[in-house]
Write a protein that binds this ligand. Structure first.
Ligand code: FES
Length: 138
């Protein structure tokens, strides 16, 4: 079953999130609840965690062709997709979600994912810890 919560990874650009989406700050404060929002994954937005178009000027590059991404073993839960910032680090997404590549094909269904928002991961769209070496702040 594919979730109605979708994260489409846009080539050279942000995460397009649709469905029942909630975004929380690192301290747990609700920042946004929306059916449609756009999250920065290049690390350059002036309005993190949201995309402000800075990825173009920054020359962010990732083709977002998602190959060999594993789905969760567990049956997908119901409910909203809660995305929480980690200070100076990744996004933690919890809840049912379908990840799509830039061509719109379903890459995986998950209940949890740690997503890169610094732009430096070698395992995009997932975090690989590169934010530390990159000195990412946000
Ligand atoms: S992905 Fe758009 S500003 Fe970072």
């Amino acid at each position: 079953m594919n979730s109605d919560n979708r994260i489409k990874v846009r080539a050279n650009g942000p995460l397009l999130c649709t469905g029942d989406i909630e975004v929380y700050a690192a301290d747990g404060q609700l920042l946004e609840k929306s059916a449609d929002l756009v999250l920065c994954r290049c690390g350059h937005s002036g309005s993190k965690p949201f995309c402000d178009g800075s990825h173009r000027e920054a020359g962010f590059r990732h083709d977002a062709v998602l190959a060999d991404i594993q789905s969760d073993e567990a049956r997908q839960a119901a409910g909203p997709l809660k995305i929480t910032l980690r200070e100076n680090a990744m996004l933690i997404a919890r809840g049912p979600m379908t990840l799509l590549g830039s061509d719109g094909t379903v890459a995986a269904t998950r209940n949890k994912a740690g997503l890169c928002r610094c732009g430096h991961s070698s395992n995009k769209p997932f975090c690989d810890g590169s934010h530390k070496a990159a000195g990412f702040e946000g």
